[in-house]
Design a protein around this ligand. Structure first.
Ligand code: ATP
Length: 341
């Protein structure tokens, strides 16, 4: 078991509040992603978990033990950073073993762990090479190996795939996910890439301005965003948000479904349907993606994105009708920007 709890954790750097009274539970053996835009407090949270920084207030518990003031070494946590931080003059084997050797682990133990880790990561044939003789993906695996060889049950990763090209990143995502499941690691992973978060995480913690906006599994986050920020941050294209005034979509006399008053109405692009008798819309632009296409159209003062099958025949400038199925509509309060139950 390696459950992590943050209890009202705050962190300020002078006048900058990087993290504001954050309370969060990270389940044991789960893949938890800290997601959010630049500066939202992801790395700060990770550094506090690792013990590289101390919180301004609040406590951190690992398996019920208060580790708030514990040193990194006392926490039993492994870390992988964005820039790998491999030693260029050491071989792959020595890079992987560096931490164990510093801690004086017996040679026989080092040998067994190295063999196991290299086998797990497909690095056995590369152990004698130097980092400069490896591809980006292989270097990433060495950095991973260095964390895994410590056999820590908690592993923290800060944007570990961001230096890789798109195809390799895709491959490493599923490798990392299966490795985490195989080893039952408690993995805390920082990224600003929502598709990375959604494809790997059991739990996604969405942060904005040093606060947790929502912490949920990817499906819940996608289907029931807690705020308009969550609705727009998750999904490409993001959820459509339409302002309604006096029960109509802004700038039209079109009743906004069954909802009266002034609200923000949210609907995912793939949930919008074509219906010639529906809400009148003018096609502004088309983005053809092969299997599907994203059609952007004007409805009153608003722009609505629709995801249609690649084969659907739609032309720029066409007048079409849209239907918003009631079950797909989410409502947000225009003041608080929070979802209305
Ligand atoms: P990114 O994705 O760009 O790395 P992040 O979400 O990881 O962003 P943090 O690095 O946690 O963001 O930073 C959160 C806030 O705290 C930012 O406003 C940042 O400028 C500030 N901050 C972080 N570290 C320090 C520091 N050592 N001194 C002063 N301000 C800091």
């Amino acid at each position: 078991m390696s459950k992590i709890e943050l209890n009202a954790i705050s962190k300020s750097f002078g006048a900058v509040e990087a993290l504001a009274a954050t309370t969060l539970t990270i389940a044991s053996g789960q893949f938890t992603v800290l997601l959010g835009p630049s500066g939202c407090g992801k790395s700060t949270t990770l550094r506090l978990l690792a013990g590289l920084d101390l919180p301004t207030s609040g406590q951190i518990f690992i398996d019920g033990r208060d580790v708030t003031a514990a040193s990194p070494a006392q926490r039993g946590i492994a870390m992988v950073f964005q820039n790998y931080a491999l030693f260029p003059h050491l071989t792959v084997a020595d890079n992987i073993l560096f931490g164990l050797q510093v801690r004086g682990t017996p040679a026989a133990e080092c040998k067994t762990r190295l063999a196991d880790t290299a086998e797990l990561l497909g690095l056995t044939a590369l152990l004698a090479r130097k980092p400069s003789q490896l591809s980006g993906g292989q270097q990433q695996r060495v950095a991973l190996g260095r964390a895994l060889v410590s056999q820590a049950k908690i592993c923290l990763m800060d944007e570990p795939l961001s230096n890789l090209d798109a195809k390799l990143r895709q491959e490493m995502r599923s490798e990392l996910r299966s490795l985490q499941q195989k080893l039952k690691l408690t993995l805390v992973y920082v990224t600003h890439d929502q598709s990375e978060a959604m494809s790997m995480g059991d739990q996604v913690v969405l942060l904005e301005g040093g606060r947790v906006v929502q912490s949920a599994d990817p499906r819940t986050l996608y289907a029931h965003p807690a705020t308009t920020f969550a609705a727009r941050f998750i999904g490409t294209p993001p959820m459509n948000l339409l302002r309604t005034r006096d029960g109509c979509i802004a700038g039209t006399a079109i009743p906004a479904a069954q909802f009266a008053g002034t609200q923000i109405l949210g609907i995912r692009p793939e949930d919008v349907q074509l219906d010639s008798a529906g809400i009148p819309a003018l096609v502004d632009s088309l983005e053809y993606l092969g299997a599907d296409q994203v059609v952007r159209c004007r409805v009153g003062e608003e722009t609505v994105s629709i995801r249609l099958a690649g084969g659907a025949q739609v032309a720029v400038g066409a007048r079409i009708g849209l239907k918003f199925p009631a079950s797909a509509i989410r409502i947000f309060d225009p003041e608080s920007l929070r979802a209305v139950a």
